[in-house]
Every structure is written in C-alpha cells, then in structure tokens.
Design a protein around this ligand. Sequence first.
Ligand SMILES: *Cc1c(COP(=O)(O)O)cnc(C)c1O
Length: 536
Amino acid sequence: MKSQNDLGVPIPANKPLVVRTIKKVTKEQREYALKKTEYNMFSFPADLLFVDFLSDSGSGTMTDLQWAALFHGDESYARNKGYYVLLDAIRDTFERSDNPKRAINLILSGETNVKRLMDELYLTSFEGGFVNGGVHQLTRPNAFIVPQGRCAEHLLFSTIAPILREKDSNREYYIPNNGHFDTTEANIMANGITPVNLFSANLLDEFPYDQMDNNNPFKGNMDIEGLERLIQEKGVDSVPLIYITITNNTAAGQPVAMKNIREVHKIAVKYDIPLFFDACRFAENANFIKEFEKGYQDRSIPSIVQEMFSYIEGFTISFKKDGLANIGGGFFFRDKGTFHKKFSIKEDIGIKLKEKQILTFGNDSYGAMSGRDIMALATGLYEVVQEPYLNERKFQVRNFARKLAQNNVPVILPAGGHAVYLNMDKFFEDSDTKPDDFRGVGFTIELIRHYGIRAAELGPFAFEWDKKSPDQRKEVLNLVRFAVPRNVYGPSHIDYAVAAIIELYNNREKIPKVKISRGAELRLRHFQTGLQPVYK
Ligand SMILES: *Cc1c(COP(=O)(O)O)cnc(C)c1O
C-alpha cells in the first residue's frame, strides 16, 4: 500500500471556514457591463464575475489565525506594537532559518510581564542584518514599511536617482533584472534610469506536460552571460544595482534556482554592485528549489529562504503576494552592506529614505498601513512557509496548466508558481495576427463576455509594444495570465475555467482584434485606457 505522501496528490492543507455566494449574472448583463466600462479588464466590476484570475495580489483568503491577529491591531500613531512584531517576524522569516523567535506570541498570548515585553520586543537591539532594532533603527534606518511593493520601488528609485545624477550627471544608468515587473520597470524609467530584462534563454522552450512532477528547468533564471556583457559594455559605474525577481512574474512566473542566485551573487561581488531581490513570492520560489534543485530535498523551507537571502544586499517586496496579506509592502537593506556604503555619500541613505517615507507614507512605524493589517501580515509570514499549504497550492496551479496542455492549448510549461500563462503567439499562429492587433486582449474580453472569467493580458498591450524601439520590442513576450488567488478556488473553479478556455481556443478565429479608443499615450496604460473590440 502506498503511503500518504506517495499517492501523487498533495494532502489537503486546509478547509474553508466561510464561503461567499457567486451571483448569477447573464451573458447579456456582462456584455452591457463591458461596454459601459470601455472593455478594460481593470474597470470591470468584480462582483459580476464567476471566477477572477486577474491577479493573485492581495486577493487571497486569510487564515483563521490572521483574522484572530487583526484584533490585536494597535492603531497608535507612533510605535504601535505590531510594528515590533512585524520587524521581528521579518528577521525570523529571512534570517533565522529554523530558529525563529516568534516574538509575535508575546502579543497573541497576552503577555503581561512588562520586563519580558521590554527585553524581548520593544527595546531589544539588533544590527548587521536586514532589520535594525532599538537605537540602531533610529540612527541607521534600514527597514521601511509601505502599503505596496510599488511604493517600496518608488521610495528606492526616487531616492537613489538624484544621488546617481549628483555622482555623474552625464552618465546613463541601467538596472538589469531577470524580468522587471511592470511597476518596477515604470518606477525605474520614471526616475530616468533604464531597466534591462535578462530573461533566461530557455524561457519559451518546449517542455512535456507529463514531466512537470519530475523536473524543472528553472526558466526564471537570469541570463548570466547577458549580465556580464551588460556590465562590461556599459561600465561598472553605469549599473548601480542588480535585481533578481523571485519567482519571475514577468517571465511566466517561473522559479529561479539557488545556483543562479549564487552565480549572480558572484558577479555582483566581483564588480562590487549591490544585488537585490524583488522578493514577491519568495516562499513559492523556495518550494520549487526544495522540490527540484539537487541537494535541497531535505532542507526546510525557512532554511532555503534564509540561504536565498544570504546572497543579497536588500529587497523590495509586495506583501500582497505569497498569500501573506491583503495589503502591504516593504524595502529592507543590509546594515552597513554594499548598498549602504555606496549610497551614503553626503548623508546616511537610510535617513534619506526615512525622510521620503515620512513625506509620502507616514512615519516609519506604520508606513500607511493600519495596525490591524500589520498584525495580519506578521502572522501571514509564519503561515506561508508551511509546506502542506505550499505543496497544495503548487499542485493546483500545475494541474490547471496540465489540463490545458492535455487539450493542446498553448500554455507555458512547466507551470510557474502563481499563475498559468498562455502563449498568444502560438494561440494565434495559424492566423495573420500582428502584435498591435492586441488579440490577447480580445481573448480576455471574450472570456468575460461568454463565461464571466477574468484574466490579464501581459503582452504587447500591457508592455506597450507599439511605443518601444525595435530592440526593446524583442523583449516583449505575448502572454495572457491566469493568476490563481491563494486559498480561494477549488477544483470546480479550475475545471470551469479550463472548459471555457478550450472552447475559446477551438473558436479562436472568432476572437476580435482590439483598438485603443482612449488614452493610448498614458503611462501604465493597461490600467486606464478605453478599448474597443473589432468583430469581423
Ligand atoms: C506585484 C508585484 C510588484 C508590485 O507590488 P504591488 O504590491 O502590486 O505594488 C512588484 N514586483 C512583482 C514581481 C510583483 O509581482
């Protein structure tokens, strides 16, 4: 008899506590709503959908422990208790491996011993890691809480850009990444720096769907040779930071191998350039390393996370990913590390960042977060590294991709960590389709219209193919993403979506081209333009 772990399906990790009824909306009602909202996915009312795969960002179900933690939220203006709990949860998650302190339990259990609270939580001193504590966080701030990942990006890039210009106002600066997320790319560009994508060369290689449980080519990796070439061609002084996104959202949510992180780290050290993570989905990335990278099968998720972060100098993160919380973001850098050294020119870079944080998001102990959201987030950091949860989630996404592949729908394989991506170049390869026909957008419109399912185009429309130079155009992938929110959907939702996607694929010649009817020139336009499908 096979054991519980050898059945080929994950052991259920949780069960729902509360459910929400989905409304019975008709096709005619959706058609009317589409017209009234200019056919833009981001403008369509969520309550009128059956299944929503627009994003896995902040859309997860919180656990019972997170809901319970909300009640411990402290809405004090300065130094709410959750601030201390969150900072220590971050040390636990990224630095302490299998020896977490879990200072959060002091609060959740109602500890009344004041001396203990002062010694172990409120007045403890830390330095040398990603989160200074006590007086060191005051004199050398290095932890910045903000409401979203993009706020962290804004904080970072808008603070370093003037420093770089002061260093050398004529130089052009480049920030390479294994795949910039759209807001990262936009924030870098808005500050006059050029983002460069160094996708792994094997990204669009074929992969057999029946091999997904057996091996993984880590297609999210950074192109190492491309990185060295960039540094040598542009000059070391032109590359202020190197970024790795884990998992690589823009490159179809594919994971990054520890080996690749180590290799990039080596190059970063060689040229003395700070290496950062865009750390959204660090837990899912760690789970891929555990399953597929040699030597990690017996390691715990926390110890893999700790090793990953040991190679970097800092990270921006959206806490809306990985099922951590419904809101939150942050920027953290290594105390007295390369980033600190390179950017503290006239003034400590941490002090500068803190000034900007106060100007834009409020003081550093809440950073535009409510006290209750801070508590839910701190609790979430301990929930998302649980293996049964990670395994079940990974299996759900993988199964979604497998069912599509079995029906010949062109899906990127193997499946990534948080989403299933369709390759729209292949989807429409038997028809005469140009990138700026935006037929990937047409597909998402038809999905809502006929079946009440929402997905996102991440291709020529979202990445503004028509506004780019011929060189930049080569970097634009043509994908549609089905992001799976965490702990929200079960097999019935996935089966419904698979059936709908197959039906549209089999009728793909009927999928319209799409014209931009309003706002083609806007920045991050996929959030705001008006669209018009053109039916033959
Ligand atoms: C979501 C995301 C961001 C931006 O975070 P927000 O919280 O949405 O602002 C940055 N990078 C990656 C890889 C993301 O997935």
